[in-house]
Design a protein around this ligand. Structure first.
Ligand SMILES: Cc1cc2nc3c(=O)[nH]c(=O)nc-3n(C[C@H](O)[C@H](O)[C@H](O)COP(=O)(O)OP(=O)(O)OC[C@H]3O[C@@H](n4cnc5c(N)ncnc54)[C@H](O)[C@@H]3O)c2cc1C
Length: 460
């Protein structure tokens, strides 16, 4: 007898279309697929979870969902900080976690990757051939390439090396009607037809399910020299970043305010200066003598912006310690309580204003808002921290969240630089895009997914 979900969909037909064990319906097993890292309180209950092992499995699952009008939530590792991989009631969660193949072709400097491969696995496989896959979200050890492509993930090295989009040469995608299409390929140049490949990078699983990715690789960079500067406050540090824009091309430029320095030291003592108001960590991987020229340029910008101390090292191991301090910021902030994660991005010259206005939002809404930033990109991650279970504090944090999105737009920026709109920022999307662009997006989505089954509730 066919088992049925809330909408009467015959799950037995799904089971029959897929290899044994690929479909989970037992609530004890599907529970792990309801939430992503955002931990939205209103996450739904899936009808089923498919753990796809191949593109054919994905195709069969989406075709079944289209036939039975079941919503599909594509899922990589579930590290979304925007609720993008959160289940809705009665949906099919389509997990790519078992599709982990990675093949490197040194001759064409490409990697052919299945969507469930971790970003770190691609980096490791490329490094074995002296090659590098640069995009490095803070989650690179735990997030998948499929998720990275679907969100156009950024990270620390974007300031010099760009974002995920800059490395995607080809994609295989299962469309909402179950057809599998190939876009792009293994060539760096390809202008045949409409640039549809670009449409499938950063759409957050709303236009298709990615089943294969061709990535561009580059040679491994030179070891980096590191600059560390402490300031009295984040505004001075931000002014140093603005000054650097016209002078140097760092391979990393990250900012931590005093609350983040404090949180990191409390979480895992690293000897950071807890009396400082802000910390800037910059790196240069320029070849040869250019590296020290670039570090000296960064140091001068910091001194002119009023840095209280500046320190530089050529020792990669010493530099890595500061990078680890930066990478510890996320877990350290999470350890302080419940967190609403922001991801605004402003033109770099607006960084000092944005930092100042976020401080004002924190005061006005009586919410703790530590800020860590991919400062060289103008990409700020204010984290709104509140005690778990405190409804009033949560309400104030939510109001502060909306206020910071307004700050981003008023500074000429965007409500999301790299995490995506997901479910958490969709209310603010019309204010950024305007009526005509919203309508254009809805037409594109409607043309590719007329039944509206792919990740409903994400974007709009
Ligand atoms: C500690 C931490 C640090 C982070 N740092 C960064 C950072 O520096 N930069 C950054 O950009 N992000 C960062 N993130 C956010 C997150 O890791 C990224 O958005 C990442 O790209 C998500 O990958 P995932 O495999 O976990 O995807 P998921 O969370 O599973 O999904 C993310 C989105 O992609 C869609 N999706 C997933 N797989 C597919 C597929 N095969 N086809 C179509 N759609 C798909 C989902 O539906 C969802 O909308 C961080 C997260 C954490 C927890």
């Amino acid at each position: 007898m066919a088992s049925a979900g809330t909408d009467g969909a015959p799950v037995d037909a799904l089971r029959a279309a897929l290899p044994p064990g690929a479909v989970l319906t037992d609530p004890a097993s599907t529970e792990a697929y309801r939430h992503d890292w955002t931990r939205l309180p209103d996450a739904g209950f899936p009808l089923a979870v498919v753990r796809a092992g191949s593109a054919e499995d994905v195709r069969a699952a989406v075709a079944w969902a289209a036939e039975h009008r079941v919503p599909v939530v594509p899922r990589g590792a579930g590290t979304s900080l925007a609720g993008g991989a959160t289940a809705v009631d009665g949906c099919l969660v389509l997990s790519t976690e078992r599709m982990t193949g990675v093949e490197i072709d040194p001759a064409t400097r490409t990697a052919v990757v299945e969507p469930g491969a971790l970003n770190a696995a691609v980096k490791d496989a490329a490094a074995a051939h002296g090659l590098w896959y640069p995009p490095d979200p803070g989650s690179f050890r735990i997030s998948t390439i499929g998720g990275n492509v679907a969100t156009d993930a950024g990270g620390i090295c974007c300031v010099k090396y760009g974002v995920t989009r800059d490395y995607v040469l080809g994609l295989d995608v299962v469309l909402a009607d179950g057809r599998l299409v190939s876009l792009g390929g293994r060539t760096v140049k390809d202008v045949a037809g409409l640039p549809l490949l670009e449409l499938f990078v950063g759409n957050e699983g709303t236009l298709g399910v990615i089943t294969r990715v061709v990535l561009r690789l580059i040679p491994l960079p030179s070891p980096a020299a590191t600059l560390v500067a402490y300031f009295d406050g984040p505004r001075d540090a931000a002014r140093a970043v603005v000054a650097m824009g016209a002078r140097v091309r760092p391979s990393m430029l990250e900012l931590m305010d005093s609350a983040v320095i404090d949180a990191v030291e409390a979480f895992s003592p690293m000897g950071l200066d807890r009396d400082a108001g802000a910390l800037l960590i910059g790196q240069s991987d320029a070849p040869g003598a250019a590296r020290s020229v670039e570090v000296a340029g960064m140091a001068e910008c910091c001194e002119q912006a009023g840095a209280r101390s500046v320190f530089a090292t050529d020792d990669p191991a010493e530099g890595d310690l500061f990078l680890e301090a930066r990478r510890a910021a996320g877990p350290a902030i999470s350890a302080r309580g419940s967190v609403l994660a922001e991801d605004i991005c402003v033109p770099v010259d607006q960084l000092p204003t944005a930092m100042e206005r976020i401080e004002a939002v924190a005061r006005e809404h009586r919410t703790e808002i530590p800020v860590v930033a991919h400062a060289g990109d103008g990409n700020l991650h204010p984290a709104l921290v509140f005690p778990p279970g405190d409804a009033d504090a949560r309400r104030r944090a939510e109001e502060a969240f909306a206020a910071i999105l307004r700050v981003a737009l008023e500074c000429g920026g965007t409500i999301t630089g790299e995490h995506g709109v997901g479910r958490t920022k969709r209310a603010a999307l019309p204010a950024q895009l305007g009526e005509d662009v919203m309508e254009l997006g809805q037409r594109v989505r409607g043309a590719l997914d007329p039944l509206g089954i792919l990740n409903p509730g994400v974007l709009w």
